[in-house]
Design a protein around this ligand. Structure first.
Ligand code: SAH
Length: 239
């Protein structure tokens, strides 16, 4: 009597492994794996000293793996390191994304300019915190990718393809500017487009870079040198 049951069980297993039903079953498992990996990433960020509850919640919510362009998907999407996104560019290390976000602490409704949209991940983290995000990307394919990924993930950010050195005068002044590629010198136009009381965070330098935080108080600027970092260079535009 046990044999017919075994045959039926074997048939059921075989059917469930057929390609048609497979896709439906693998997808949730993959999402679950990604969710667990994201949770492990958040635990690591907390262990590294990220404290701001809102930033932690945003890092827990934004799906980093969904910001990797087609062909660059990685099972290690939540590893604490940069990942390639094509065109010699990378999506920043999660710790640096959380750290920079925490240092400039955007409040809901604040107007933020990001330079170097790349995958769109950092823009999504800022939008998750309620910021009104504007972002400029110089590589056309990455600009289109990030526009598509941000919309798919439900984030309303305004992205354009252009040269970040010019800033976005039509939308200035910004309460906050975050630069995710490294210029060798402080981009003047960005400083001009910072609101009074605003703050800017950027990696500065050629080979040896440091994060710099600049605060604008009336006519005065207060700069603070922070962590040593390594970002891709900020490409000089043609304009
Ligand atoms: N914030 C991104 C990180 C992208 S890496 C993310 O979360 O994925 C830095 C990005 O800056 C690259 O996509 C690069 O193409 C872009 N970049 C470099 N120079 C630029 C410039 N002058 N203006 C705008 N974007 C620039």
């Amino acid at each position: 009597m046990a044999w017919p049951l075994l045959v039926i069980a074997a048939l059921l297993v075989t059917v469930s492994l057929l390609p048609g039903s497979c896709a439906d079953q693998i997808l949730p498992v993959e999402e679950k794996t990604m969710e667990e990996a994201r949770e492990a990433m958040v635990r690591l960020l907390i262990a590294y000293g990220v404290r701001d509850e809102k930033v932690i919640a945003a890092m827990r919510k934004v799906k980093r793996h969904n910001f990797l362009p087609a062909g660059y998907f990685s099972r290690d999407a939540y590893g604490d390191h940069p990942l390639p996104i094509g065109h010699d560019q990378t999506i920043s290390q999660p710790y640096i994304v959380a750290y920079m976000t925490e240092r400039i602490a955007p409040r809901p409704g604040e107007k933020v300019l990001e330079i170097g949209t790349g995958s769109g991940y950092q823009a999504a983290v800022l939008a998750e915190l309620g910021a009104d995000v504007y972002s400029i990307e110089i590589v056309p394919e990455l600009a289109s990718h990030s526009i598509e990924a941000l919309a798919r993930e439900g984030y309303k950010c305004t992205v354009k393809c252009g040269d970040g050195y010019q800033g976005w005068p039509e939308h200035a002044p910004f309460s906050m500017i975050i630069v995710t590629c490294a210029p060798e010198e402080l981009p003047e136009k960005l400083v001009e487009q910072l609101a009074d009381g605003g703050r800017m965070i950027l990696p500065l330098g050629a080979y040896s870079q440091r994060l710099v935080i600049l605060r604008k108080k009336g006519e005065r600027f207060i700069t603070e040198d922070d962590l040593p970092v390594r970002f891709v260079p900020m490409i000089k535009g043609t304009k």
